[in-house]
Design a protein. Structure first.
Length: 114
């Protein structure tokens, strides 16, 4: 079955960096678009970034220029490099696959202190 396992979150000061990873299994990873979402306490889950099977990328306005999404098809893993972090980036971060839209991982908590 399809599984998504996020990791790499933590506590960081404003201006710092983190690299999130999402290991996917149960389908042919390389063929499908991957996305990152985030959900802050009391708020809806918001789209952060997308990477297609061809490697094209797109970003939400709030993270453009600070975050970079990438993928390693040999490792079935998608990454989110987060630089210049701000307190408003604090959220649980989730990856998502176009292959199985109903499937979500457990997420990884990112906390940015001011």
């Amino acid at each position: 079955q399809v599984q998504l396992v996020e990791s790499g979150g933590g506590l960081v000061q404003a201006g710092g960096s983190l690299r999130l990873s999402c290991a996917a299994s149960g389908y042919i990873f390389s063929r499908f678009t991957m996305k990152w979402y985030r959900q802050a306490p009391g708020k809806q889950r918001d789209w952060v970034a997308t990477i297609t099977s061809a490697g094209s990328t797109a970003y939400g306005d709030s993270v453009k220029g600070r975050f970079t999404i990438s993928r390693d098809n040999a490792k079935n893993t998608v990454y989110l490099q987060m630089n210049s972090l701000k307190p408003e980036d604090t959220a649980v971060y989730y990856c998502h696959t176009e292959y199985s839209p109903a499937i979500w991982g457990q997420g990884t908590q990112v906390t940015v202190s001011s």
